[in-house]
Design a binder for this molecule. Structure first.
Ligand code: ZN
Length: 457
């Protein structure tokens, strides 16, 4: 009796001391997913020629969540989605829900969409693309409500699944992307073979591996900076990013594979438009990820730092009444939708239509830093930021709010689609004012420095 009590006391003491000690020593991670494939009959987005609803599913669409807790217990959750774009309102709603349920600060919730064009029309995203018929708009509204529920549920399940983990990272390369402003698409295979592709391009494929205490791969995050636009079919599909996730989940049973897109706004895959192409790029990206995993990875140690800010950007000018009148009279659905979006914003916001709160976010996980930029960000940003802030920086585009293309100063001055005319599908008054690159880069430097300092504490 007496011995048993001593034994029990000893066991309790072990538990009491062992728990905080092991919790203090390790990072934790957890992952989860929810299906977000709409039914057939929902309208699609992405291309201007989406003139009818989707007629079926070729690949399921997902929201996937990867949650982290650092050794001090600070938590953060990344959500990646097989969607073309996302409005700020949805990301903020999900972050607010997680703030209520898990006391996460705004900066600890990161949202990235893969930019697949075989995905549903999202209200508030690319408002200048097309005005939906009434029943299409009603379905899109119902979809957005359900999407928010599933995003929150996936994030909460990932947080509930937090378990001690080894987190490590590395990178390799893939070359199916090319700079679409500098090379005619039809010439790409020959130019690539001859080593004569022009223009900036970032071939890096960063990977983050989450392994269980017993060494099994539990989750894998892969990134690449290239438009997810191999296909133009009228069926739901995750495009090359979806194909890569499926391929890697087949190769690594039991692992949740996530994809976060980089600064690929002026980068396209080529050749494209056939299912064989999308399957090939899925395998190419999976091969690059597996090559990265086979190398010596850098282990995440230290703490988590997160920061979020809004940068005050400005569009160059108000549209003239004549521009709006002509667009309204146009036979092109895109012109009408642009006129409608801009006229409606002018009615409610007046001159304030020129101001835009642009989201910039950063996380530092020990010795690895991520920055998540809103909009369709051109490759110049990732090349510049990694040169200035180090190769242990990953730059994601298409995060939090996909409101427009985000040209560098060079691309803005050159104009064309990414620098100017993409204002039409995005329903924006004009191109951005000059100075955009410096504002975004300065804010990113600031957040990266703050999160790196926090991770060292
Ligand atoms: Zn795009």
């Amino acid at each position: 009796m007496k011995l048993a009590s001593v034994g029990l006391l000893f066991a309790l003491a072990l538990v009491t001391f062992a728990l905080p000690a092991s919790a203090a020593a390790t990072w934790q991670a957890g992952s989860a997913r929810e299906k977000i494939t709409p039914a057939a009959g929902h309208w699609m987005t992405g291309y201007g020629n989406r003139d009818r609803p989707a007629d079926g599913t070729l690949m399921e669409l997902w929201v996937k969540a990867l949650a982290f807790a650092d050794p001090s217990g600070q938590r953060a959750v990344l959500l990646t989605l097989d969607l073309c774009g996302i409005p700020r309102e949805i990301s903020d709603h999900v972050a607010a829900e997680l703030g209520r349920s898990h006391q996460l600060p705004r900066s600890a919730v990161m949202v990235n969409v893969s930019h697949t064009h075989c995905s549903p029309f999202i209200i508030g995203y690319a408002r200048g693309l097309r005005i939906l018929p009434e029943d299409g708009a009603a379905k899109a509204a119902a979809y957005a409500t359900e999407l928010k529920v599933r995003m929150v549920r996936a994030a909460q399940a990932a947080l509930a699944a937090l378990a001690p983990a080894t987190i490590s990272w590395g990178e390799d390369q893939a070359t199916f992307g090319f700079n679409r402003r500098e090379n005619p698409e039809k010439d790409v295979p020959a130019l690539r073979a001859a080593g004569q592709l022009k223009g900036p391009f970032d071939p890096r494929v960063p990977v983050l591996a989450v392994k269980s205490a017993t060494g099994e791969l539990r989750a894998l995050l892969v990134s690449y900076a290239c438009h997810n636009t191999t296909l133009g079919i009228f069926q739901w599909h995750g495009d090359y990013a979806g194909a890569a996730q499926l391929e890697l989940e087949k190769r690594h049973p039991g692992a949740t594979v996530l994809f976060a897109i980089g600064c690929g706004a002026d980068i396209n895959p080529a050749p494209r438009r056939e299912i064989a192409h999308v399957d090939q790029y899925g395998r190419d990206l999976a091969d690059a990820a597996d090559r990265a995993l086979a190398k010596k990875l850098t282990r995440v140690e230290g703490k988590l730092g997160s920061a979020f800010t809004d940068v005050a950007l400005r569009f160059e000018r108000l549209p003239t009444e004549q521009e709006i009148r002509e667009a309204r009279a146009s036979k092109q659905p895109g012109q009408n939708a642009w006129a409608e979006a801009v006229a409606s914003d002018l009615r409610t916001k007046g001159d304030k239509i020129l101001d835009y709160s642009y989201p910039v976010q950063a996380w530092t996980l020990g010795n690895l830093t991520w920055t998540a930029l809103g909009g369709e960000v051109v490759v110049d940003y990732s090349l510049r930021l990694r040169k200035e802030l180090g190769a242990n920086l990953w730059v994601f585009g298409y995060s939090t709010d996909v409101m427009a293309y985000i040209p560098s100063e060079r691309v803005l001055a050159e104009g064309r689609y990414e620098g100017d005319t993409s204002k039409i599908p995005y329903g924006r008054p004009s191109k951005w004012a000059t100075g955009i690159e410096e504002k975004i880069v300065t804010a990113t430097h600031d957040l990266v420095a703050r999160t790196r300092a926090a991770a060292r504490k």
